[in-house]
Design a protein around this ligand. Structure first.
Ligand code: FAD
Length: 453
């Protein structure tokens, strides 16, 4: 039911594309059943509403509730917490800026990014300790691995960038990699110590379960339309209820465009992962490496690999441009991707070739053509952190926190830093040129990087 004094001005179109994540994420399947769900119903009002309960939205809600303990804060998500990208990623919480950001000409820009990511890591670490969140959190560092000439060239470039930044790193040669990773597949890697590894669904679930008391978490409650209330505020329409609020924070990543903001500036990209069941005793004897490590590819179009604390191998690769988000991927595409994951596993661990994958899943996130993240106010009363270019565990956490600061008018040096390093994602060309261009780039990158896959 809609209140009588609605204006006709609509911010979002009547039909919104909603998140549509598959239900086959291994990280989520490994968790116990979630607490009973609370959904949006009836007519609600709140001082602040946050849409999206990923890293960004969870951090924003927590901070708002802490800064304004008397305020009514509603955090609403279309799915259960941890079903979105934040609960289905590869579990690297990365301190170093993204490769493209590392190429930024201004050293101060890179130091700000490092400082922001490290503030996020410190925040996550203290929440995990405070609330006893069991999420395999560990200060394991990260290998960036090269297989062939192409990967080695990327690695040499990365080495130069890290030296310029004055950050610690270590070059690791094949023999040591074999001892740690249990594979001779990689020629060389760079180890950087500042990365943390975690079980993303467990971490995000834990963050959702430990929100301050004045945050009401409503799940399985898609917001299907956003309207102005005619008094400078907003009305959010769900399937069984509405929420009126003067201040809205969007932690909706790529879906921000569905609310009518940052239109034609974000690119929806999907990437995919498969994991095995935990290795059994016999397989552990054949596996010569250690447990609990993570490797990302020197060439970004290559393959990410993890060995988890509970002895599962994870393979992540493949990018797809997904204008209809999860709906863009059919069963045939999923099955082809799973076969590619199997090939990547067999290449690296021929002695474990028969260990079955139990889960294959994909997730959607936003990139922009100029690799610029959006952070800030979209219009009076509406704030957003959107587009983290695929490294959103740390970035989502810190940008959500600082977005809350901005919404209440708090000031801090980190807020200045994030404002200095963010901007407007550039406009995309119109369709069909956009789709054609992105698909061609992804295909070309996959072809060029086939030795690293
Ligand atoms: C397979 C994979 C591996 C990755 N690996 C890593 C990694 O190792 N490290 C890393 O840092 N990043 C990684 N990423 C990227 C990372 O997961 C994202 O950058 C990050 O999760 C973004 O967080 P967020 O909070 O901004 O958005 P999201 O986690 O996408 O949260 C947005 C939320 O908004 C909700 N929503 C959207 N529309 C609506 C609506 N209409 N109504 C209500 N709710 C709505 C969604 O349900 C969702 O929960 C990976 C991503 C994938 C897919």
């Amino acid at each position: 039911m809609q209140p009588a004094h609605y204006t006709r001005s609509r911010l979002s179109e009547q039909i919104m594309n909603l998140p549509n994540d598959d239900k086959t994420c291994g990280w989520y399947a490994a968790l116990p059943a979630p607490k009973p769900v609370r959904t949006l119903s009836g007519q609600q009002t709140a001082d602040y509403v946050i849409i999206g309960a990923g890293f960004a939205g969870l951090a924003a809600a927590r901070r708002l509730a802490t800064l304004e303990p008397e305020a009514r804060v509603i955090l609403v998500d279309a799915q259960r917490v941890a079903e979105g990208a934040s609960g289905r990623n590869s579990g690297f919480v990365i301190d170093l800026p993204h490769k493209f950001a590392l190429e930024h000409p201004d050293p101060a820009h890179k130091q700000r990014l490092l400082g922001l990511n490290r503030a996020a890591i410190a925040q996550l670490e203290s929440l995990i300790a405070e609330h006893d969140i069991e999420c395999q959190w560990s200060h394991a560092g990260k290998y960036q691995g090269a297989v062939g000439e192409r990967g080695l060239a990327y690695l040499a470039h990365f080495e130069k960038l890290l030296s310029g930044l004055g950050e610690p790193f270590r070059m690791v040669e094949r023999d040591e990699l074999q001892r740690v990773l249990g594979t001779t597949h990689y020629s060389r890697a760079i180890f950087t110590p500042g990365c943390y590894l975690m079980q993303p669904a467990a971490l995000v679930r834990g963050l959702g379960d430990s929100l301050p008391e004045n945050v009401e978490l409503l799940e399985n409650s898609p917001i299907t339309r956003l309207e102005r209330d005619g008094k400078g505020g907003f009305v959010l329409l769900g399937n069984a209820g509405t929420i009126r609020t003067p201040r809205l924070l969007l932690g909706t990543s790529i879906f921000t465009q569905e609310f009518g903001y940052l239109k034609n500036r974000l690119l929806p990209v999907m990437t995919f992962a498969s994991w095995t069941r935990p290795l059994n005793d016999d397989e552990c004897k054949r596996y010569t490496g250690t447990f609990n490590w993570g490797l990302t590819p020197a060439d970004h179009a290559g393959t990410t690999v993890r060995m988890t604390q509970d002895k599962r191998l994870i393979i992540r690769n493949t990018y797809k441009h997904v204008p209809k988000y999860g709906r863009s991927i059919d069963d045939k595409a999923r099955s082809d991707i799973r076969s590619d994951h199997r090939k990547a596993l067999v290449k690296r661990f021929p002695d474990l070739a028969e260990v079955p994958f139990t889960h294959t899943w994909g997730g959607v996130y936003a990139i922009s053509r100029n690799f610029t993240n959006f952070f800030g106010q979209l219009e009076e009363g509406v704030f957003a952190s959107a587009c983290d270019n695929g490294v959103g565990a740390a970035w989502g956490t810190i940008s959500g926190t600082l977005l809350a600061d901005m919404a209440v008018g708090a000031d801090s040096s980190l807020l200045h830093d994030i404002q200095a390093v963010t901007g407007m994602p550039s406009l995309n060309p119109p369709e069909p040129f956009l789709g054609f261009g992105v698909r061609s780039r992804i295909k070309l990158a996959a072809w060029n990087s086939r030795s690293e896959l």
